[in-house]
Design a protein around this ligand. Structure first.
Ligand code: ATP
Ligand code: MG
Length: 436
């Protein structure tokens, strides 16, 4: 993409409304703009990251046999009256009426909707287990929307749902999702710590939150150091028996502020780490809470009716954009992990009027694109300082800088955003390095 044709409205100054670094940087890097409190438009750069995160989530869900669907944002109130949550949910739910005066709502989550779909379509125990997910916008009228898209009112969530015949089956689905979450966050360059959690208004028996570590996180956490080592994930078979692995993980110490245990922490000694965390995922096993009320039954082997066991599994896709920035930035801007970076390389032409520079840049641009490398090419006629500042701000993993002086000596400069390391090398080796 040529920057001269791109919509990248970066800001030099820090916007006064932003209290935390990810919100500041997302506004400054031209990723989002506010529409109203907690509701945002996604501009090209932000949308690319949002899609990349969504795509990693999608791949990992697909990998455990979870089937993608797409449920609506607007749901009928009657569905929620069946579960009893229409009244329970309170002012967090955005309630609307259609032209016929029928009560509708903008979905804050989809347990009722999916249970209805399941109940109408799956009739036999032979069709279990089922795992279904969608990635869809949610609305929750948060009391205090803040921190940009991290606590929005409209936000993008992946929510998955499991249906099993019995508790053992439900536990298998839960474990599968549990380990798959660790893999998903690892793929985004994040360390996620699973913590036993309250089930809240979703209800149920078992629940874990996944918090990623970032100095600016909302919650103070303490956990066993072993959580930082995820090397075991590489060899795990997600179709195998995961109970031992999940038992080990859930048996390790991990607690948020209010649940910390000084006794345990003392005994852990050097194995204890304390940090701040951001909740990016939350999984629940709630048994028959919805299936019972909404008649989600299958016929068992003897023809008997069996009420299915359910779980639900959320990932904050839009929150992750901010959470990743909280975990990875410096004073100059964002530092994107490779897997979610909006572009891989920023190509900077230092002298737009110079024939040799333009030729070298155009060639490099063409060659990189051809090799499938995503390039953002700064071909704008603006000050060098502004180009460097924008590149650091938007945080692409590599910057390839082409200037007339270097070209005379046959070299270009390659800078790694994360380490700040710069290297002069020939055009050819730069190309080789970036396409490797
Ligand atoms: P929180 O405790 O942060 O308010 P929650 O526990 O109410 O979140 P869940 O129902 O567990 O939220 O939703 C699943 C995931 O969706 C959360 O782990 C989080 O990543 C994301 N999420 C929830 N609320 C918001 C929000 N207001 N803005 C952005 N993401 C959100
Ligand atoms: Mg939660």
């Amino acid at each position: 993409m040529r920057l001269s044709r791109y919509f990248l409205p970066t800001l030099k100054e820090n916007p006064s409304e932003a209290q935390i670094v990810s919100h500041r940087l997302m506004l400054r890097a031209g990723m989002i703009r506010q529409s109203s409190a907690g509701i945002y438009s996604w501009l090209p750069l932000g949308l690319r990251v949002l899609k990349k995160i969504g795509q990693i989530v999608r791949q990992e869900q697909d990998a455990i046999g979870c089937n993608e669907i797409l449920m609506p944002t607007i749901q009928p109130a009657d569905l929620w009256r069946e579960s009893g949550r229409y009244d329970d949910y309170g002012p967090g739910m955005l309630r609307i009426q259609d032209r016929h005066g029928r009560d509708m709502l903008y979905g804050p989550t989809n347990e009722e909707q999916i249970t209805e779909i399941f109940a109408g379509s799956v009739k036999s125990y032979k069709d279990l287990p089922q795992l279904l997910y969608h990635i869809q916008w949610k609305f929750r009228d948060e009391v205090r929307p803040r921190f940009g898209i991290m606590r929005g009112r409209e936000f993008l969530m992946k929510d998955a749902y499991s249906f099993d015949l019995d508790r053992e089956g439900a536990r298998r689905s839960y474990n599968k999702m549990f380990v798959s979450y660790l893999k998903t966050f690892e793929k985004m360059g994040l360390k996620a710590i699973p913590m036993a959690a309250d089930t809240g208004p979703i209800g149920g028996d078992m629940s874990h939150e996944f918090l990623i570590l970032a100095d600016t996180g909302e919650s103070e956490i303490a956990c066993h150091r072993d959580f930082l080592d995820n090397t075991w994930l590489a060899g795990i078979d997600l179709d195998g028996d995961l109970s031992a692995v999940v038992d080990t993980l859930t048996g390790k110490y991990a607690a948020t502020d209010e649940k910390r245990d000084p006794g345990v922490e003392k005994s852990l000694g050097d194995s204890l780490i304390t940090a701040r965390g951001i909740e990016v995922g939350h999984i629940f096993y709630f048994g028959t809470k919805y299936s019972e009320k909404m008649g989600a039954q299958v016929t068992g082997p003897q023809g008997e009716g069996i009420t299915v066991e359910m779980g639900s599994y959320g990932i904050g896709v839009s929150r992750l954009v901010g959470a990743i920035i909280e975990a990875s930035h410096d004073e100059d801007g964002i530092i994107w992990p490779e897997s979610v970076a909006p572009y891989h390389v920023g190509l900077v032409n230092l002298k737009v009027g110079d024939v040799a520079c333009v030729k070298a840049c155009d060639d490099l641009y063409g060659n990189l694109e051809e090799a499938g490398v995503e390039v953002l090419y700064d071909d704008r006629d603006v000050r060098t300082g502004a180009k460097f500042a924008d590149m650091d701000l938007i945080g692409l993993p590599w910057q390839l800088v082409i200037g007339p002086r270097g070209l005379k000596n046959g070299v270009v400069e390659l800078k790694q955003r994360g380490t700040g390391q710069r290297r002069e090398l020939s055009v050819e080796s730069a190309l080789n390095k970036l396409t490797a």
